[in-house]
Design a protein around this ligand. Sequence first.
Ligand code: F0G
Length: 451
Amino acid sequence: MFSKTIIEPFRIKSVEPIRWTTREQRENLLRAAHCNLFLLSADDVLIDLLTDSGTGAMSTHQWAGVMEGDESYAGSRSFVHFKRSIQDIFGYTHVIPTHQGRAAERILFTVMCKKGDVVPNNTHFDTTRANVEFVGAEAVDLQIPEARHPETVLPFKGNMDVAALEELIARVGRERIPLVMLTVTNNSGGGQPVSMENAKAVAGVCHKHGIPLYFDACRFAENAYFIKLRERGYAGKTPKQIAQEMFALGDGCTMSAKKDGMANIGGFLCTNDEILARQEQNLLILTEGYPTYGGLAGRDLEAVAIGLQESLEEDYLRYRIASTAYLGNHISEHGVPIVQPPGGHAIYIDAKAFLPHIPADQFPGVALATELYLEGGIRSVEIGSLMFAEAAQMELVRLAIPRRVYTQSHIDYVVEIILRVWERRSRIRGMRLTYQAPFLRHFTAHLEPIG
Ligand code: F0G
């Protein structure tokens, strides 16, 4: 049996100071940042939960790998390590290194899609959607209907609606669907996992129609661990065996190694298709780099090769999932509304339910995120009306947890601050926009409190 106390399965060898600020300083800093947390200097943030992407801590093994990196332009030894590690887990024939996930997406969709095509996914991440749309194709989200209800508890709320996939294929025709994608875990849907049963059902539909299946694999290790915990027949399997079984259902993947690759930069694209691989490599050479390094240094390839294996270690995954759940469960026990159940990499607070007196056009998510900063120097991100304008389906604030960075006491601190803001929620005011860019406005918008 494991102890009740969650302990970090590592010792800390190198530390990075974080800086306290006073409430008065934070008020001034926030005003200078026009109430947009993206515009803060990271030094003025105490606990940074903006993203889990590229923000993880590397292990001693990874740093040793960095020193071993082979920086040869062609045929680098580090690429051999990178490819071997990826093929061990993912099993695909061709491995194409890229500088991060969206570069893999751009190459994949440029090669596979054309104007008028349709790409189904459980839920497209925003760069994935943007890259599909950039080549003139349509990105369709087919998450199960329950995923739209924050309070509904389901073990695999990231699943794709298989009946809706069949219906879409029948409606638009197989010829217009060059590939189907499955995002594990489903980031935009709350960091929720996809079950093996669902992946098999989706693969079954794809095979029946001769449509390739690709995984957006960013958080594959967390997804595998959820399967081990929650799906019948998988308790005795290792996370690696589960990941291998899932990837064997598909024809390839895109990956941002900034998540479950445990690296600060990196990504890759895999495929079993020889002809596509050649076209993808040609595009890679044009904008990313030679096929044995992509957009990466040899040392980055080593860090990813080692990090991918570490992300599947059970001690790590147990701590990772327990720590995220601890944050979610502790605030929800006190009534704070969150997307249930807690996800793998993040907790999503339902800002609409947290601040019912603030209408969507006064950005309840931004109001809550700025309060968390003012109260305790915590940086989170709004995923709602500021990010998506009229297309916003929910008003969420995401607290994404970097890998191996914060300790249990940091998480306790975050719980304490959220509960303090919860107690005085009725006094929180809405926000108004004073500047917005024509697209992706959330990164640079200026806002101010109303009244
Ligand atoms: N797919 C998913 C599911 C993602 O979450 C991300 C990035 C990407 C693709 C793109 O990868 O950033 O390496 O180009 N998500 C980060 C986040 C940015 O904060 O959720 P990238």
